[in-house]
Design a protein around this ligand. Structure first.
Ligand code: NAD
Ligand code: UFG
Length: 338
């Protein structure tokens, strides 16, 4: 099938994507510095698939080490999926240089080394955060882009850099995948999201409340112009998201140049709907209190995923209840993460 290099492959979305790629018969090498992941995630991916993958532990910004990965690959690397990077919005406001340096320099070094080795297919983890506060929903890929925090600005800047590289080198193929809100876990409950410290995101916060690690959820505002006043997002099952990457790998084999896809379900759910779905999944109430709005949050953001449907032959299959059941199953089986 081919050999794929996955940067950041030990992380949440990366580990689920490695699993799907291995199941499709791809050979995988992961480069991850384990700054936000554990080796155990990939051991479990190997156990679940019955297949082996190679993990090389170093920073993507380490050019010499990255060069050696390409030079010494057992079979030529034909495409790269670039997940590696930092992703916490709040932390990016506190430590902008860390975010710009990690996310942007890693991408520059990666693309330079790819070009040195004649590898011309790259899939990049972008985010719906590039749409800023969208004027309307659902958003299509041609909506105007903007950024409101350093994390989002790294995604927008990297998109621009990759567009420029493609303009100069039309044979360099890039898929910019704009993820909406990934939640859930593999249905086995053996791999999932393992945040450090107190989670920033809604789903892992709720599962930690349900398991008794946190006292109650703060709902960040109920005065938004949405049906129940709470924020609306397009939650997408991480397994669906992972399968979108397999489709993107296939797409790049057609040498399409630069392609951009929203990966979302096309349905928005509010914070209160999310709470109810987790209550159904766990059979327990989620204690919560209504708090003030969180700065930087938008009222509603959800995708029009039609383009990915048409051009990738991909669409999300799992519904919100399945996402919450799988998140809860992972939390129950792994109360302390990996
Ligand atoms: P994650 O933190 O679980 O995975 C990122 C991985 O990259 C980790 O394993 C980490 O150890 C590794 N890493 C970080 N910096 C590195 C470096 N310099 N060199 C090598 N490895 C490095 O995050 P995730 O949720 O799996 O996100 C993956 C990608 O998707 C990120 O680029 C993120 O910005 C993007 N994204 C995530 C979300 C989300 O809500 N989870 C939404 C949109 C986009
Ligand atoms: N929320 C709460 N309480 C919490 C956490 C979240 O009410 O404790 C609410 C938020 O206000 C928002 C919704 O739940 O309405 C979802 O919040 P998340 O933090 O889970 O997700 P965001 O949409 O804010 O952000 C996510 C990623 C960002 C990324 C953004 C757009 O965390 O990295 O999607 O891609 F930039």
């Amino acid at each position: 099938m081919g050999h794929i290099l996955v940067t950041g492959g030990a992380g949440y979305i990366g580990s689920h994507t490695c699993l799907e790629l291995l199941e499709q018969g791809y050979e995988i090498t992961v480069v991850d510095n384990l700054s936000n992941a554990k080796r155990e995630s990939l051991r479990r991916v190997e156990r679940l698939t019955g297949r082996h993958l190679k993990l090389v532990v170093h920073d993507v910004r380490d050019r010499q080490a990255l060069d050696a990965v390409f030079a010494r690959a057992s079979t030529p690397i034909e495409a790269v999926i670039h997940f590696a990077g930092l992703k916490a919005v709040g932390e990016s406001v506190e430590k902008p240089l860390l975010y710009y340096h990690t996310n942007i320099v890693s991408t520059l070094v990666l693309v330079e080394v790819m070009l040195d080795h004649g590898v011309n297919r790259l899939i990049f983890s972008s985010s719906c955060t590039v749409y800023g506060d969208p004027a309307s929903v659902p958003v299509t890929e041609d909506f105007p882009c903007s950024c409101t925090n350093p994390y989002g600005c790294t995604k927008l800047t990297i998109e621009q850099i990759l567009k420029d590289v493609n303009r100069a080198r039309p044979d360099f193929n890039v898929a910019l995948l704009r993820y909406f809100n990934p939640v859930g876990a593999h249905p086995s409950g053996d791999i999932g999201e393992d945040p450090n410290g107190i989670p920033n995101n809604l789903a892992p916060y709720i599962t930690q409340v349900l398991i008794g690690k946190l006292a109650e959820l703060q709902v960040h505002g109920n005065d938004y112009p949405t049906p129940d006043g709470t924020g609306v997002r397009d939650y997408i099952h991480v397994v669906d998201l992972a399968r979108g990457h397999v489709k993107a790998v296939e797409k790049l084999k057609e040498n399409p140049g630069i392609v951009i896809y929203n990966l979302g379900t096309g349905r928005g759910y509010s914070v209160l709907e999310m709470i109810r779905s987790f209550e159904r999944a766990s059979g327990k109430p989620v204690p919560f209190a209504i708090g003030p709005r969180r700065s930087g949050d938008v009222a509603a953001n959800f995708a029009d995923p039609a383009k990915a449907g048409l051009e990738l032959g991909w669409q999300a299959e799992f519904d919100l209840d399945q996402m919450c059941r799988d998140s809860w199953n992972w939390q129950l089986k792994n109360p302390d993460g990996y």
